[in-house]
Design a protein around this ligand. Structure first.
Ligand SMILES: Cc1ncc(COP(=O)(O)O)c(C=O)c1O
Length: 397
C-alpha cells in the first residue's frame, strides 16, 4: 500500500494553501531544491563541459525516460525525455503518418488540447499532398475509424472536462482499421494507471510538469513501441538523435531505437529537477493513486452538488470515465475562481466557463477537499466573487 503521508511530506506546499491545480503545474518536491543546486554548483560549476561525461548528463534523457516508463506501463528503453510536449506531438504524429504513406486522414477529436490540433494543422500544411485533419466529437471517434485514417491522435483525458477515453478499446479499433495511434498522456501520466504496452499503443507523448511535478516547463517525453522503434522516422532529425552525434557526419543516420527521438541538447537543469521529482514515485503504486483520486473527486462532486447549487458538473459522473480532475460550470467561472484563489484554494479556469480542480493523492487528502468546498460555498453564498478585480483577466488563467 502506498504511504500517502510519506509522499505528502516530500512536497513544499505554502501554508494556508489548498492546492487543487496539480493537473496544471505540480508543486515543488523538496528534494528538487537540493538536487538542482547540486547540478548547478557541483556539476555545472565544477565539472564544466566535462559534466556531460562525468556527471552522466548525456544519458539522462534515457535514464529518466526509464523512470517515466514505469509509470505509464512502458518497457525500459522505450521512452526518452526532451523538448516540449507540442514538439513531441509533432514528432510522433509525423512519424506515425509516415508509417501509412498511402492514407491521408489524421483523426482527432474536439476534446483534444488545442496545441495538438494546431501542431497537426501545421504539420499537414507542410506535408501538403492532400493530408487532412478530421476532428469529430469524442464519442464519434470509434465510428470515424475507417480505411482512410492514417493516424488516430487523441489526448486520453480531456483537459477541460476530465473525460477519459478507453485507450485499450480505441487502440484496438484503430489497429483493426489499419491506423497508427498517437496518445497524448498530459493528463494521464501520474494521474491514473496507463498500460501502453498492454494496450499495444504505437506512439505516446506527455509532459512532466503536471502530475509528475517536474516544474514549470519541465521536459516532455515520447514513447515509441519497441516493435516500431527501429523503423519510425524521427522527422526532427537533430544531432542528438543521430547514430553517432560526435562523428559530425554531414548526413543524418537515425540512432538506435528510442535514441533517435532525441533532437538537440537536453535541458540538464530541468532534468535534474524532474529526476528528483520522480524520487517521490518510488514505492508509489498507480492503482493506489487511482483509488484515492476517485475517492477524492467523488467526495468533491457530492459535496459541491449538495452545497453549491449554482454550479453544474461538467465532468463525467461515472468515475471510471473520468481522469483525476473535476470541472464545474458557472457563467462567471473566471471571477469565482479568482475569488477562490484569493482565499487560498487554488484551482484554475478554462474558457468559456469551467472551474477546474485537480485531485492529486500524493499531497491532497479528504480534509482539503472538504475545506475547499466550504470556501467555495461561502464565496457563492455571499456573492463575494462578484467584484471587478476578480473579472480582470490575467495572461494565464
Ligand atoms: C493535452 C496537452 N497537450 C499538449 C499541451 C502543450 O504542452 P506544451 O506547452 O508543454 O508544449 C498541453 C499543455 O497543457 C496539454 O495539456
Amino acid at each position: 500500500m502506498t504511504d500517502f503521508a510519506k509522499t505528502r511530506a516530500q512536497f513544499r506546499l505554502p501554508d494556508g494553501v489548498i492546492y487543487l491545480d496539480g493537473n496544471s503545474l505540480g508543486p515543488l518536491p523538496i528534494a528538487a531544491e537540493a538536487r538542482v543546486a547540486r547540478t548547478i554548483s557541483a556539476e555545472w560549476g565544477q565539472q564544466l563541459i566535462r559534466g556531460w561525461n562525468t556527471a552522466g548528463w548525456m544519458s539522462w534523457p534515457r535514464s529518466i525516460g526509464d523512470r517515466v516508463a514505469r509509470l505509464i506501463g512502458a518497457p525500459s528503453g522505450s521512452v526518452v525525455m526532451g523538448d516540449t510536449l507540442s514538439i513531441k506531438v509533432f514528432q510522433a504524429l509525423a512519424a506515425a503518418a509516415a508509417l501509412r504513406p498511402e492514407r491521408r486522414i489524421i483523426l482527432s477529436d474536439s476534446g483534444n488540447f488545442p496545441s495538438d490540433l494546431y501542431i497537426a494543422d501545421g504539420l499537414l500544411t507542410a506535408l501538403g499532398q492532400g493530408y487532412r485533419l478530421k476532428v469529430v466529437a469524442p464519442e464519434e471517434v470509434e465510428d470515424a475509424l475507417d480505411d482512410s485514417v492514417a493516424v488516430m491522435m487523441l489526448t486520453q483525458v480531456d483537459y477541460r472536462t476530465g473525460r477519459l477515453h478507453d485507450m485499450a478499446a480505441l487502440t484496438a479499433k484503430a489497429h483493426a482499421a489499419g491506423a497508427v495511434t498517437v496518445w497524448d498522456l498530459a493528463h494521464s501520466a501520474g494521474a491514473l494507471p496507463v498500460e501502453l504496452e498492454t494496450c499495444d499503443v504505437d506512439f505516446a507523448v506527455g509532459c512532466t510538469y503536471k502530475y509528475l511535478n517536474g516544474g514549470p516547463g519541465a521536459p516532455a517525453f515520447i514513447y515509441v513501441a519497441p516493435r516500431l522503434a527501429a523503423i519510425a522516422q524521427p522527422i526532427l532529425s537533430g544531432w542528438m538523435g543521430h547514430a553517432a552525434p560526435f562523428a559530425f557526419d554531414l548526413d543524418y543516420r537515425a540512432g538506435p531505437g528510442i535514441e533517435r527521438m532525441r533532437v538537440g541538447t537536453p535541458p540538464i537543469i530541468a532534468l535534474a529537477a524532474l529526476d528528483a521529482a520522480l524520487d517521490v514515485w518510488d514505492g508509489v503504486e498507480m492503482a493506489d493513486v487511482r483509488r484515492q483520486s476517485i475517492l477524492l473527486s467523488t467526495l468533491f462532486i457530492a459535496e459541491v452538488e449538495a452545497r453549491c447549487p449554482s454550479l453544474t458538473l461538467a465532468s463525467p459522473r461515472d468515475a471510471d470515465t473520468r481522469g483525476s480532475q473535476v470541472s464545474f460550470r458557472h457563467p462567471d467561472g473566471y471571477a469565482v475562481m479568482q475569488a477562490l484563489i484569493d482565499r487560498g484554494v487554488i484551482g484554475d479556469f478554462r474558457a468559456p466557463d469551467c472551474l477546474r480542480f485537480g485531485f492529486t493523492p500524493l499531497y491532497i487528502g479528504e480534509a482539503e477537499v472538504l475545506d475547499a468546498v466550504a470556501t467555495l460555498e461561502r464565496i457563492l453564498t455571499e456573492g463575494s466573487w462578484d467584484q471587478p478585480r476578480y473579472r480582470q483577466k490575467a495572461a494565464v488563467t
